[in-house]
Each structure stands twice: as structure tokens, then as C-alpha cells.
Design a protein around this ligand. Structure first.
Ligand SMILES: [Zn+2]
Length: 382
């Protein structure tokens, strides 16, 4: 199994990366990997980094391949962020690292997984570095689309565009790699709309499936304004729980680690001079929690959107499959109880809520407005 086997359903899209990893003549020192969420951008970036370090074009077996894929190769720097933006200090640090020669590997590789989370000023700091990298340095930037990075950054990079793998590919992956039962694997691949990470989480975590069920149930539960307000509250608390589950453990471990590195033992009082460091970490964790909550909420809205998409498809009489096959009865009921125009208006309301959340509107406000727009037409007239 080579490192490229970790990137599924991409066909020829990976060819330039594979060529570059085997021949210096095909090499470019700044890459931009784009693709919608779930297409496996960061997996492709890691596979490429591993193939660059490997003496054997990414065999998947050697020390270089394994340490790179696990995120521990000394010459591969990975920047993942759960914060809203990558700070200019972080990028300055990367630029310094990029100037140094590889310590033992073939290349010095810098992977920026969320290159879309940079302000223009930060992008400009990066720009200078990717324009003229030292001879053994490679930059790999990842972003959802070309429009998510500045034109100047884009113009300095060679672009590789990934696509969302299809249902069959994701189903097979869940069955073969994660040992998921085929029926459940297919249901989760569909529900996640082929986002591999989301599909795997749904397939392996019953609590995540239960949360998704709750979100979908909202579509039928909202009858009036009161229900809508309650539903918005529910959505926010589902997201809180989910985000908490994801961040709590790590936050505590990071804090312990910081205490150890500051030389403060368990139960000892923190000397005032060191408080700023702890506060800084706590601030960062708070920002990360906010980011996680927004991501979870957005996922919930995408789930809800997929249900109305099924309703719209049914109303339009289109002969395409449902995303939520298991919710066929609910979809049919919603389809017969409303018109296509109403369904499209509801989908718009969900789209607006997603935009507002991305624009940092208070979640509850954005969701209340949306939930009110999801009420049945008759309730609104009556
Ligand atoms: Zn290898």
C-alpha cells in the first residue's frame, strides 16, 4: 500500500503530485491543493509530503513515509488550525522554518492546511516566502477553492484540484478500512454527502448519528414560532455538546503540559509571573472552541439542507437518489405538504443562516431567523 492509496477517488488529479515526487524535473516548489470539504485535501497534502521524503516515491512502508503520515517527520511542518484565522506571527515562524535546509530528509516541506484562513496582510508575508523558496523547500497550501486565497498567492502556486469521491468509493472505504457493515457504510456515505471524515465519524459513533437524527427531525417538528425558537435553541445546544466532546479532553491535556513545561507541579500555586502564559493558552482554546462550535453548526445546517434538497428533488419529480434514503417517509410527507417554491425558500433561509454564521453573527440569532422561515406556510398565514 503506497501513500497515494490513502487518497481515494481522485483518478488523474493526483498525477502532477506523483510526477513531482519522482522527478525533480517535474517539481514545483509551491503548490495549492483545492477541493471541497471532504475531498481529502489535507490527506493528499500529507501523502505528497511523505512521497517527497520517501526514497521510494511514497512506498508507505519506510520510516520517512510513516513518520510523515503520522505528523512527526522533523522536516515536515504541518499547520492545522481550528482557529478562525492563522496569525501573522505563525506565518512568520513558518517563513523562518522554510529558510532552513532539511535536517536529514530530502526536502523541507511546509504544509498549510487552511490557507484560506489568512488575512490579506498575513498572505503577503507568505507570498514573499513562496516566491523564492530555498532550493530544497516545498510549500503545500490547501484551500476549499481558488477564490479562498488571494490572487497573488494563487498565481505563484501550481494548482491541483480534488473532487468529492462518489458514494461507492466512500462506502467501500468504510467497509474495507474501518470494518463498517455495508448497509450502514452506504447510509453514512450518503448522509455525509461523501465527506469521508464525516462519513467515518457517523459510521463509527452512534452518538453522532443520534445528533444528526435530531437535526433532521427539526424539519417536521417546527409548526409555529414557539417551536422554531425552541428548535434554534436545540440546534445550538447539540452543537455545544458536540464541540465540547471534541475539545475538552485536548484542552485539559494542553494545560497540564503547559504547567509541566513551566515547572509548576500538581496542586501548586501558579506564580503571578507565569499567569500570562496560561491565560494565552486559555484564550486560544476559547477561540478554538468557538471555531469547533461553528463548524459543527454548519455541518448541522448542511444536514438539514440535504433533507430539503431531498424534498425539492421529490417535488420536482427528478429521478435522482435521496441523500436521506432512511428518511423517505418524512421526505414524502414534507413534499406533499408544501410546494417546490416553499422548499426552495427554506433552502435559501438555511443558506442565509450559514452565511451569517460564517460572518460571526451570534448563532442563536441566525438560527432563530432560519427556524422561523422553516415553518409551514399555513402556520405563517394563520
Ligand atoms: Zn516510503
Amino acid at each position: 500500500m503506497t501513500v497515494w492509496d490513502t487518497v481515494v477517488g481522485q483518478g488523474d488529479a493526483l498525477a502532477p503530485l506523483i510526477a513531482a515526487s519522482t522527478s525533480d524535473a517535474a517539481m514545483t516548489q509551491a503548490w495549492l491543493i483545492t477541493g471541497p470539504p471532504g475531498s481529502g485535501r489535507s490527506i493528499a497534502a500529507r501523502a505528497f509530503a511523505a512521497a517527497l521524503q520517501c526514497e521510494n516515491a511514497g512506498c508507505g512502508e519506510c520510516h520517512a513515509c510513516r513518520t510523515t503520515l503520522a505528523g512527526g517527520h522533523p522536516d515536515v511542518t504541518l499547520i492545522q488550525t481550528e482557529k478562525v484565522t492563522i496569525s501573522v506571527e505563525e506565518v512568520r515562524h513558518l517563513v523562518t522554518v522554510a529558510q532552513t535546509a532539511p535536517s536529514g530528509g530530502r526536502w523541507r516541506v511546509i504544509v498549510v492546511e487552511d490557507a484560506d484562513r489568512m488575512t490579506e496582510r498575513t498572505s503577503n508575508v507568505l507570498l514573499k516566502a513562496i516566491e523564492e523558496p530555498p532550493s530544497r523547500t516545498v510549500w503545500i497550501l490547501c484551500a476549499p477553492s481558488l477564490h479562498d486565497v488571494t490572487t497573488t498567492v494563487r498565481s505563484r502556486c501550481r494548482v491541483v484540484t480534488l473532487r468529492i469521491p462518489d458514494t461507492e468509493v466512500v462506502t467501500r472505504l468504510l467497509v474495507e478500512r474501518d470494518g463498517i457493515e455495508p448497509g450502514l457504510a452506504r447510509e453514512c456515505a450518503l448522509a455525509a454527502q461523501c465527506h469521508i471524515g464525516v462519513a467515518r465519524r457517523l459510521a463509527s459513533d452512534p452518538a453522532a448519528r443520534a445528533r444528526r437524527e435530531k437535526v433532521l427531525a427539526l424539519a417536521s417538528d417546527i409548526r409555529g414560532v414557539g417551536d422554531a425558537v425552541l428548535a434554534a435553541n436545540d440546534l445550538v445546544s447539540i452543537a455545544d455538546d458536540d464541540a465540547k466532546a471534541a475539545t475538552e479532553e485536548r484542552d485539559a491535556a494542553e494545560l497540564d503540559e503547559l504547567y509541566v513545561s513551566l515547572g509548576v507541579g500538581e496542586g501548586e500555586r501558579l506564580p503571578p509571573a507565569l499567569r500570562a502564559q496560561v491565560r494565552q493558552l486559555e484564550e486560544e482554546q476559547k477561540r478554538r472552541a468557538t471555531r469547533a462550535k461553528r463548524d459543527v453548526l454548519d455541518r448541522a445546517l448542511l444536514d438539514l439542507l440535504s433533507l430539503y434538497r431531498d424534498v425539492a428533488v421529490t417535488q420536482a419529480g427528478a429521478s435522482v437518489g435521496l441523500v436521506n434514503e432512511a428518511h423517505g417517509a418524512e421526505v414524502a410527507a414534507l413534499a406533499s405538504g408544501s410546494t417546490l417554491a416553499e422548499t426552495l425558500a427554506r433552502m435559501d433561509a438555511i443558506g442565509i443562516a450559514r452565511e451569517r454564521l460564517a460572518g460571526n453573527v451570534a448563532p442563536l440569532l441566525a438560527l432563530e431567523a432560519m427556524a422561523i422561515a422553516l415553518r409551514p406556510e399555513r402556520a405563517r398565514l394563520g
